[in-house]
Design a protein around this ligand. Structure first.
Ligand SMILES: Nc1ncnc2[nH]cnc12
Ligand SMILES: [Zn+2]
Length: 315
């Protein structure tokens, strides 16, 4: 089944480039940039990948991103991810990047963007993988800081297909960023947002009604609100679900409790994605395979999930 799932043509719609930083590359970049790391070796770092919630993961994820300093580093990061896409027949990808994680450390916006974009361009030419980049705002930071990030992005508007919202969800509802998203949409950007990963269904309503998003990232807690379920089914609003992420971050205690196939059978446009594959134990195929192993996902269901991912592309 793994090989069959691997060969299935699919799109990835929920992937944080910083979360695809494998420990081996992290150590190589630390050496190249002469950065001392708090972990003795790759195995020790991997051993630290045990999380009780989103915040515990984010603390390590932001720490890991500190090794990314130069345009070449961002190129290498993105190129390594695209090689994984090629190996797993991901024919289209819409990755996120978090500019504030880097600009707050003094890395210029253009350094980040140029490295990523050059790799995405080479991926189109050399690997035949189409792509569209999503600029994601960090929701634990202020509205004002998000507005500044949007200011920085506007001169490069053709480099992005959408804006998103990620980082610590609880206590940072979508309404905090309504004015930023209003401006981004007026500037022609499509909007997506993480909602209903740890946060309640109300955050999904806010993302839909206040941020006017076209796709919900995660959204697994929608199942707690029947009226919300009806809306996302009626309007066929895609959910970019990340099964291994949800179990690693204890959104579900075990993969056998994941609701993605229940949602699929109810007519929700759910898709399968890897979120932060370097930290959560696998790329897209591993996520599909876990659904087969623990939930008995059939070939027909896998085909429908893959088709949903192709249908839910923004570009
Ligand atoms: N799963 C996730 N939720 C929120 N923010 C993130 N940033 C990277 N991965 C994330
Ligand atoms: Zn995510």
């Amino acid at each position: 089944m793994y090989d069959w799932l691997n060969a299935l043509p699919k799109a990835e719609l929920h992937l944080h480039l910083e979360g695809s930083l494998e420990p081996e590359l992290l150590f190589a970049l630390a050496e190249r940039n002469k950065i001392a790391l708090p972990w003795a070796d790759v195995e020790t770092l991997r051993g630290a990948y045990a999380f009780n919630n989103l915040q515990e993961f984010l603390d390590l994820y932001y720490q890991g991103a500190d090794v990314l300093r130069t345009e070449q580093d961002f190129y290498d990061l993105t190129w390594a991810y695209l090689q994984r896409c090629k190996a797993q027949n991901v024919i289209h990808t819409e990755p996120f990047f978090d500019p504030q994680t880097h600009t707050d450390r003094g890395i210029p916006f253009e350094v980040v963007l140029n490295g990523i974009n050059q790799a995405l361009k080479d991926g189109r030419k050399q690997l035949g993988i189409s792509s569209g980049l999503i600029l994601s705002f960090l929701r634990h930071l202020s509205e004002e800081e998000a507005q500044k990030t949007l200011d920085q992005a506007l001169p490069f508007r053709e480099a992005f297909i959408a804006v998103g919202l990620d980082s610590s969800e609880m206590g940072h509802p979508p309404s905090k960023f309504q004015r930023v998203f209003d401006r981004a949409r007026n500037e022609g950007f499509v909007a997506v947002a993480h909602a209903g990963e740890e946060g309640p269904p109300e955050y999904i309503w806010e993302a839909l009604d206040l941020l006017q998003i076209k796709r919900i990232d995660h959204g697994v807690r929608a199942i707690e609100d029947e009226r919300l379920m009806q809306r996302i089914i009626d309007e066929q609003i895609p959910l970019t679900v990340c099964p291994l992420s949800n179990t690693k971050l204890c959104v579900f205690d075990h993969m056998s409790q994941h609701n993605i196939l229940d949602m699929l059978e109810r007519g929700v446009k759910v898709t399968v994605n890897s979120d932060d594959p370097a930290y959560f134990g696998g790329y897209v195929t591993e996520n599909f395979h876990a659904l087969h192993t623990h939930l008995g996902m059939t070939e027909d269901q896998a085909r429908r999930l893959a088709q949903n991912s192709l249908d839910a592309r923004l570009v």
